[in-house]
Design a protein. Structure first.
Length: 120
């Protein structure tokens, strides 16, 4: 077993055995990591990498939107839906304009939400 497949097996096991809260935090980590990589790619004028990382972050945000439970979450779920929509479209625009400020803004929101989930 090579190092890459060993790492993949470890990560797969980590995901399969994680609690729901841990999975949410892991998704936030993935989105934040991709936004950091997008910031770097924008600075380096790497258009394809910028697009790749911003789209990955958008996919994670879209996943958050699709899993909101409005029956149980009520107003909190509605507020999160609005925030996720804002972040998603902010990243779409950031991808078009290569806007570091917009990427940084969304990253900040995700970091705050991640911290909130760590308190649960």
């Amino acid at each position: 077993m090579n190092q890459a497949s060993a790492y993949n097996a470890y990560k797969n096991n980590e995901v399969m055995t994680a609690s729901r809260t841990k999975l949410v935090v892991m998704l936030y980590d993935g989105a934040i990591r991709n936004l950091k990589l997008a910031e770097f790619a924008i600075r380096e004028n790497k258009i394809e990498k910028t697009n790749e990382h911003l789209k990955k972050a958008q996919d994670i945000i879209a996943e958050f939107m699709s899993t909101l439970n409005f029956e149980q979450g009520g107003e909190i779920a509605l507020n999160l839906q609005q925030l996720y929509e804002y972040m998603y479209f902010k990243l779409v625009r950031a991808n078009i304009d290569k806007d570091l400020g917009a990427v940084s803004e969304v990253k900040g929101y995700l970091e705050e939400l991640r911290e909130a989930w760590l308190q649960i």
